[in-house]
Design a protein. Structure first.
Lengths: 394, 532
């Protein structure tokens, strides 16, 4: 009703011209209605408080109840309020919740729904748009937008008893037979100083008590580090099974990571190039190998949100990130395609002292030459087509 | 349709429309009575209201029964004929039965003067208009929530109904106003205000507001239904309740605000200026009075007449009400009238300002169109240019004044320098060493051997030593001492100070000799020695 103000002005003009007192009362009546409607509507916008409460992390198959509390914090009632909550279609159908509510002063309204976490991902819960207005349609409607929050659905994790991944280092963390690596935190004993020993190793207390130079002997130790290299390059997967294959690759990566950290107590890292929905851009991820549970959760969060991309080169990624790894570390490469370039890179990585395992997801049949080359390399190559294949490792 | 919805559609809407139509016709009847006081127009008011009511139901009946084509025309013809008959019958209300019968008997003989007399024709036209307005309104009500048709010129049903309400309200005010003041007094702008309640106007606007609220609710509800939104069950009840509260509150405020004024807006402004002037005069007089009291003893001391005391100003006079309302303000004091008028104009100006501002804010296209008018555009450009000039001028003043002040301050300081008292002994040893070196720099600079900006102290030392044949070592010591004093945290004692002072004096003497040599053009070393 855009002309109400004009009508008011005309009425005031008539009242002023005719000088009938009661007409001014009528003008006041309409003006007060106009004023109150506008002020009331404007006030409503500042007196709304919205709070979503839900668990923001879930595993596939979980049902996450969401409780949205809309409260009128003001002293004026809100006669009507359109509430529209946008939700991801992967988690709920229909992907929106629409309601019209009315709130008395200090009253609150609860909106409840359940998210069915069927698929891994990083999803926005919201935004919630709200619209309200006056009772007579005089004032303009006002819209409010409540920023979205997010929920992470972790990828599916298949428990593995034994991976059978190759390694140069011992399966058990400590101690190691090879004296190449020593842990300075674990002193095994002392021995006489020999020429060439580092002065740092001198045990000064023992030297003082014995009267000759003694050096510390450390326990030889080595921790197996594993880096999972996940290929999410669109070009490395068959076009038909692209979605299924990349999802399976992510499940494999998550399962291996969980197994190494939880079952073996060893450290694992992850590197991949993928599209990040948070930044909405192509990003290179690198989580250095660590063995804490919290690290596993970080790793799963990352795997939850990464998406297939067209940019980047997987072999470049392998070469670049393997530089950071110590000698003897294991590289678990998850890809969808075996190629000449990939094998070249693998040979290079093996020469640098890294153990390499290749897991191929729904691969196409390799050429005879490639197969021969793989046999010559003598590296374990696992081929997976379904999640059940992964379970077969158990 | 819910039970509440049925009640609204079957009872509330038709009764409201009929009531509003009746209110307008009532004012029209009152106006006609000014010319024909003996005419009884009650039947017309009732007839028009009933026509509005009937139009509502007949329209809905046609829709429900799905009557189409010629059947609709036939239905409408019968309806209008019945309306005419009822109006004609209504016009006989209050007449004696024998007169009615006699009139009916004359109908076939002289139909133009009896059956279609002006009263009947006017009444029929008014009733038909009421019927037509009601039909259009109910059609609009039915259209609410329908998707808009393609093509331009579409007016949403809500706007159409609101427009009808506004037009009816304007017409009603004009009719009721003319009826109250009389046609003869229309051109008299200095006529007194007309007090009293105009019930039909109040009823019209209250019903109209209620109708607007209900239509807004229906529109919103149909939109929500179309979007398949879940609507709170108590929403309708609360909507009605809050609307009632809002309108009641507005009515309360409206009845509390002053409506009449006896002093015009310009008179009010003049009164305010006059009051301010009066207060200033009083203050002035008070000041003079205090001064005269203070000066009286002095005047008496010198044997003169004491200064005259200021006379008391005449009492404050408020502008007299030009148009007093009989009864209401006849006995009220002037200041009360002024206050009342002041309140009225304050409320009116606030209201007009707020409404105009809101209207322009809601219609930015109007502002744009206004600004784009050629004369307005030119005026705006001129004002903008003027503003820029003023801003530029202000910036120039802002820059130049501090500059001038600082220049003057510098000059003042430099003029002070010949008389400035500088005591070397008051400085610390470190400061003194710095002073010795800087003094040499200044003196060398005066001789045309200034230190370049890029030269370090040691580089400058090498450069200067070429000109100081007898104080080369001293200059080097002085430079080293300066560097130490400038960049180290060592403490310097009196002994070091005196050593540096000796070096400084040597170098100073060498420079003096150089100066003399430059002035005389002599290169005799004995001269140089003698000067030292």
């Amino acid at each position: 009703m855009r002309n109400f103000a004009l009508f008011l002005l005309i009425l005031f003009l008539i009242a002023a011209l005719l000088r009938v007192d009661f007409f001014f009362t009528i003008v006041y009546l309409l003006f007060t209605v106009y004023l109150l409607s506008r002020l009331w509507t404007q006030r409503t916008g500042t007196c709304l408080q919205v709070e979503r409460s839900y668990t923001d992390r879930a595993f596939p198959g979980d049902q996450v109840p969401v409780d949205v509390m809309i409260q009128n914090t003001g002293w004026l009632p809100i006669p009507w309020l359109e509430v529209h909550e946008s939700l991801p279609v992967e988690l709920i159908a229909p992907p929106f919740h629409r309601q019209v509510v009315t709130l008395n002063p200090r009253e609150q309204h609860r909106l409840r729904y359940t998210l069915n976490c069927r698929q891994r991902g990083y999803y926005a819960v919201g935004p919630m748009t709200m619209q309200t207005g006056d009772l007579l349609g005089i004032a303009r409607r006002i819209q409010m937008r409540i920023a979205p929050e997010h929920i992470i659905v972790y990828p599916q994790v298949v428990p593995l008893q034994q991976l059978g991944l190759p390694t140069h280092s011992p399966q058990v963390a400590l101690p190691a037979q090879s004296p190449l690596f020593e842990d300075p935190a674990r002193i095994m004993g002392v021995r006489d100083y020999q020429r060439g020993d580092s002065p740092r190793r001198i045990h000064w207390t023992a030297t003082a008590s014995v009267g000759r130079l003694l050096v510390k002997q450390y326990q030889p130790a080595i921790a197996r580090e594993t880096l999972i290299c996940l290929d999410l390059d669109r070009g490395d997967y068959a076009q038909r099974q692209q979605y299924v294959a990349t999802e399976l690759a992510i499940v494999v990566a998550a399962s291996i990571a969980r197994h190494i950290i939880v079952e073996e107590g060893l450290s694992v890292g992850l590197t991949t190039e993928a599209r990040d929905p948070l930044l909405d851009s192509h990003t290179r991820f690198y989580l250095p190998p660590r063995s804490e549970r919290a690290h596993l959760m970080n790793l799963l969060e990352l795997l939850a949100r990464v998406q297939i991309t067209s940019a980047g080169s997987f072999t470049d990624l392998l070469r670049r990130e393997s530089v950071n790894l110590p000698w003897g570390a294991t590289l678990v490469i998850i890809s969808g395609r075996e190629s000449e370039a990939l094998f070249d890179t693998l040979v290079h990585l093996r020469r640098t002292g890294l153990a390499v395992a290749l897991i191929l997801i729904q691969p196409s049949r390799p050429s005879t030459e490639l197969r021969k080359r793989a046999d010559l390399l003598g590296m374990p190559i696992h081929r997976l087509w379904r999640i059940k294949d992964l379970e077969a490792w158990q | 349709m819910t039970r509440r919805g049925a009640w609204v559609e079957n009872l509330f809407q038709p009764l409201t429309i009929a009531g509003m139509l009746g209110c307008i016709v009532l004012s029209l009847v009152d106006l006609i009575r000014l010319f024909a006081p003996s005419w009884n127009g009650t039947f017309l008011v009732v007839g028009c209201a009933l026509a509005g009511l009937e139009a509502h139901y007949s329209y809905r009946l046609i829709r429900v029964k799905e009557i189409r084509g010629t059947d609709v025309t036939r239905f409408r013809a019968v309806e209008i004929a019945m309306l005419f008959v009822l109006l004609k019958a209504g016009s006989y209300i209050g007449d004696r039965w024998s007169d009615v019968l006699a009139d009916v008997l004359i109908w076939p003989l002289d139909p133009l003067n009896t059956l279609l007399n002006p009263e009947t024709v006017v009444a029929f036209i008014l009733a038909f208009l009421s019927w037509s307005v009601s039909t259009q309104t109910v059609r609009d009500l039915e259209r609410i929530g329908d998707p808009p048709p393609r093509g331009r010129g579409y007016i949403p049903p809500r706007d159409s109904i609101a427009h009808r309400f506004f037009s009816g309200g304007t017409l009603l005010l004009i009719l009721a106003g003319i009826t109250r003041i009389g046609i003869a007094a229309l051109t008299n702008l200095s006529r007194p205000p007309v007090p009293g309640l105009v019930l039909n106007v109040l009823v019209y606007f209250l019903l109209g507001l209620a109708m607007l609220g209900q239509i807004h609710f229906t529109t919103s509800q149909r939109q929500w239904e179309a979007q398949k939104m879940t609507v709170a069950t108590r929403l309708a009840g609360r909507w009605a309740g809050y609307s009632l509260v809002l309108i009641s509150l507005a009515a309360l405020v409206a009845f509390l605000l002053p409506t009449g004024y006896t002093i015009g807006l310009l008179d009010i402004v003049a009164a305010i200026i006059y009051t301010l002037g009066y207060v200033l005069t009083l203050l002035n007089l008070l000041l003079w009075f205090i001064l005269s009291i203070l000066l009286t003893p002095l005047a008496l001391l010198f044997g003169r007449e004491p200064p005259p005391r200021p006379s008391v100003p005449p009492p404050l006079k408020f502008p007299s009400p030009g148009m007093s309302t009989p009864g209401a303000s006849g006995t009220a004091p002037t200041w009360l009238e002024l206050l009342r008028s002041l309140l009225f104009w304050a409320a009116a100006v606030t209201m007009v300002t707020y409404v105009t501002r809101s209207y322009l804010r809601d219609h930015p296209e109007l502002v744009d169109a206004f600004v784009s008018l050629r004369p307005i555009h030119a005026l705006r450009n001129f004002l903008l240019a003027l503003w820029r000039q003023l801003i530029g001028l202000a910036e120039v003043i802002n820059e130049r004044i501090p500059l001038r002040v600082s220049v003057r301050r510098t000059r003042t300081q430099s003029s002070d320098s010949p008389f400035r008292f500088f005591r070397l002994g008051a400085l610390s040893p470190r400061e003194r060493i710095l002073y010795y070196y800087l003094s040499i720099l200044r003196r060398a600079s005066q001789l045309g051997l200034p230190r370049k900006r890029t030269q370090t102290p040691h580089e400058y030392d090498k450069a200067l030593k070429d000109h100081l044949e007898q104080a080369q070592q001293e200059m080097t010591h002085l430079t080293q001492s300066f560097v130490e004093a400038r960049y180290s945290r060592h403490t310097f004692d009196r002994r070091q100070d005196s050593q540096v002072r000796a070096n400084w004096q040597q170098v100073k003497a060498a420079l003096r000799a150089l100066k003399r040599r430059a002035q005389t053009g002599s290169s005799n070393p004995s001269d140089r020695t003698s000067t030292d």
